[in-house]
Design a protein. Structure first.
Length: 145
């Protein structure tokens, strides 16, 4: 099971709007996308874990992050049971949407063109992530700003 430590999951739209800034709300709750190469985690190479900005669940370990040159942080694997996927047919495309398994927030998409050992490319919006440089899965997480 995925590690979640931090604030409880908002239950209402008003609580989500209070928890997230406008851009994070648009991406995570309205299934939006941040501009390519604009996110704070695109070029990050520090060791640690990436948590869901909405609930604090650990989603990705930095050891699985790689430079796919797509403009968003890319990972070849998610933490066990931390994400779920759904078919996304919006915008005239057929893609696989990635959502946080704890709070159902939209994170990005996953593609089958990644490196070994999984062959997956989890293409994730920076604004949906919080970086924990300690990598401590028990540390408090989740933004209330």
């Amino acid at each position: 099971m995925s590690e979640q430590s931090g604030p409880s999951v908002p239950e209402t739209d008003a609580e989500w709007r209070e928890r997230l800034d406008d851009e994070a709300y648009h991406v995570m709750r309205e299934r939006g996308t941040e501009a390519r190469f604009s996110g704070e985690h695109v070029d990050r190479t520090d060791e640690g874990v990436y948590r869901c900005r909405g609930c604090g669940t650990v989603l990705f370990d930095s050891s699985t992050k790689y430079d796919s040159a797509c403009g968003w942080p890319s990972f070849y694997a998610a933490e066990a049971d931390s994400v779920r996927t759904e078919t996304d047919t919006r915008h005239g495309m057929r893609r696989v949407e990635v959502l946080c398994a704890t709070c159902d927030s939209h994170l990005g998409h996953v593609f089958d063109d990644g490196p070994e050992p999984t062959g997956k490319r989890f293409c994730i919006n920076s604004v949906a992530l919080e970086f924990d440089g300690d990598g401590d899965v028990d540390a408090d997480a989740g933004s209330t700003d």
